[in-house]
Design a protein around this ligand. Structure first.
Ligand code: MN
Length: 421
C-alpha cells in the first residue's frame, strides 16, 4: 500500500490526521484469554500438555499476559495453571483470575501465578440477582480481596464484570476503591457484548474524566469484549482508541457463546490500520491459530479473517487477474505478514488471463483459442462437480461437526442423577 500512496495512486484514510484517534497509545499489550475464557467454548476440555503447548506458543509470538486458567474451578484446573506457571514462560506473565473471594485468590497463590485479575460485577441487577449483595457490601468485598492479593505480592487487576451495563458513577467508584486498595490495572468488561463502538468510546471517556484527572487513579485500562453482536473486535478497538492499553483476546475469537475478540484480528488491525506496536510476531500467528484449532477441535469457518482457509484465496477471474498485476488490488494484507500464502481457486469464476498465467508458469505455450477452451472446461467441470454434490453429504458433515462439541448429553445427565440419588 505504501508504494501506491507514495506514487499518489491510492489514499490511505487510516493515516489521515483527521482520523487519528487522539488518545491512542503507541503501544498496546496483548492479554490472551484463550486458556481461560477461550476454553469455556462449549465442547472444549484441554489436557495439561495441550495447555502448556498453547501457553508456550502464546509466549513465543509475544503475548504479554497469558491467563492460564481458572484455578478455583477444580484441582485439575489448578494443577494445569500451576504447570504453566512452573514452566516459566520466557516473556509472558502467567495470570489467573479469581472471583472476589479469598479462597479463589488462595487457589491462584497455590498455583504460583504472578498476576491475578479479580472480578466482581458492578451492574445493579447482577448485584441483586447473581451476587445478592448491596453496593456497599460489594465495595467492601472488593477492597478486602485486592488488599489480600497485594499483601501476597501479586499484580492485581480489577475487572468490573458487566461494566458496560453499570451506573457510571458506581462503576468508577468501584474502580477507585480497587485502586485505593492497590489494584495495578482496571478492566472495562463488555461481558455480554452489548454496546456499540460509539458507546464504548463514551464509557471510556466517562471513566477517564473521573479517574485519570487524579494521578493516583491514572492506572492502565484493559478492555474485555464479547462477540454476541459481532462487535467484539470493533468495541475492543474503540476502547483502545480512547487510551485502553491492554486488549483481552482469544486465539481465533473462541469463547463462550459467540466468543471473544480475536487475537489475530485485533493484532493485525492495530499493527496495520493504526500503526500501533503490539510486540506480536505476526508471521507466527497462523501456526498458533492452527494449533489452537486442533486442540480445541472447533473448526474455523473457511471465510474467517486472517486464519480461515479462504482468507487469502482468490477465486474470481477479475480478482485473480488483478492480483497478478498488483498484489494490493484485492489483498489489503500481505499474506506472508501473517504466516499465510496467497492461493487461487479454480472454478466457475476462473478467467482466461489467469489460465494463461498458469500455463506460462508451467512452461506450456497455448494459442488464445486453446486458453479459452481450457477456461471453459474448468468452468463446466466445476459446475458438474457441484451438480453431483448432494445436500445430504453437506448435512452429514455439519452433524459430524456438531458431534465434535463434546459434553454430557441430557440422557447421560439423568443417568448420572439416578446413579447418585
Ligand atoms: Mn469473558
Amino acid at each position: 500500500m505504501e508504494s501506491l500512496e507514495k506514487a499518489g495512486l491510492a489514499v490511505n484514510y487510516n493515516k489521515l490526521k483527521e482520523t487519528k484517534p487522539e488518545s491512542l497509545s503507541s503501544k498496546v499489550y496483548i492479554w490472551d484469554e484463550t486458556l481461560r475464557d477461550g476454553e469455556q467454548t462449549p465442547g472444549v476440555a484441554l489436557t495439561i500438555n495441550e495447555k502448556i503447548e498453547i501457553a508456550k506458543l502464546l509466549d513465543e509470538i509475544g503475548v504479554n499476559i497469558v491467563a492460564a486458567g481458572f484455578p478455583a474451578v477444580s484441582d485439575a484446573e489448578k494443577k494445569a495453571v500451576s504447570a504453566i506457571a512452573k514452566e516459566g514462560l520466557n516473556k509472558a506473565i502467567v495470570a489467573a483470575p479469581a472471583r472476589a473471594v479469598i479462597s479463589d485468590i488462595d487457589a491462584c497463590i497455590d498455583a504460583g501465578v504472578s498476576e491475578v485479575p479479580i472480578f466482581i460485577a458492578t451492574s445493579d441487577f447482577r448485584l441483586k440477582y447473581q451476587l445478592r449483595m448491596g453496593r456497599e457490601e460489594m465495595l467492601e468485598r472488593l477492597t478486602e480481596c485486592v488488599e489480600y492479593g497485594k499483601d501476597h505480592g501479586l499484580i492485581i487487576d480489577y475487572i468490573a464484570e458487566d461494566s458496560t451495563r453499570s451506573d457510571i458513577d458506581f462503576l468508577c467508584d468501584a474502580y477507585k476503591h480497587a485502586i485505593d486498595a492497590g489494584a495495578d490495572k482496571i478492566c472495562v468488561a463488555d461481558t455480554v457484548g452489548f454496546v456499540r463502538p460509539r458507546v464504548m468510546t463514551h464509557i471510556m471517556r466517562e471513566i477517564k474524566s473521573r479517574l485519570w484527572n487524579e494521578s493516583k487513579y491514572k492506572v492502565p485500562i484493559a478492555v474485555h469484549c464479547h462477540n454476541d453482536f459481532g462487535l467484539a473486535n470493533a468495541n475492543t478497538l474503540a476502547a483502545i482508541e480512547e487510551g485502553a492499553t491492554y486488549a483481552h483476546v482469544c486465539v481465533n475469537g473462541y469463547g463462550e457463546r459467540a466468543g471473544n475478540a480475536a487475537l489475530e484480528e485485533v493484532v493485525i488491525a492495530l499493527e496495520e490500520l493504526y500503526g500501533v506496536n503490539t510486540g506480536i510476531e505476526t508471521e507466527k500467528m497462523y501456526r498458533l491459530s492452527r494449533a489452537v484449532e486442533r486442540h480445541f477441535m472447533i473448526p474455523l469457518p473457511l471465510h474467517k479473517a486472517i486464519s480461515g482457509d479462504n482468507a487469502f484465496t482468490h477465486s474470481s477471474g477479475i480478482h485473480s487477474h488483478g492480483q497478478l498485476t498488483h498484489s494490493m488490488t484485492y489483498e489489503p494484507i500481505n499474506p506472508l505478514d501473517v504466516g499465510r500464502r496467497r492461493e487461487f481457486h479454480l472454478g466457475k469464476f476462473v478467467g482466461r488471463h489467469f489460465v494463461e498465467y498458469l500455463l506460462k508458469m508451467g512452461g506450456v505455450s497455448a494459442t488464445e483459442e486453446e486458453a479459452k477452451e481450457i477456461t471453459e472446461q474448468i468452468k463446466t467441470t466445476h459446475e458438474d462437480i457441484k451438480k453431483h454434490q448432494s445436500k445430504e453429504s453437506f448435512d452429514k458433515i455439519k452433524s459430524d461437526l456438531k458431534n465434535l462439541r463434546t459434553g454430557v448429553s441430557e440422557r447421560e445427565f439423568w443417568a448420572i442423577v439416578f446413579e447418585v440419588i
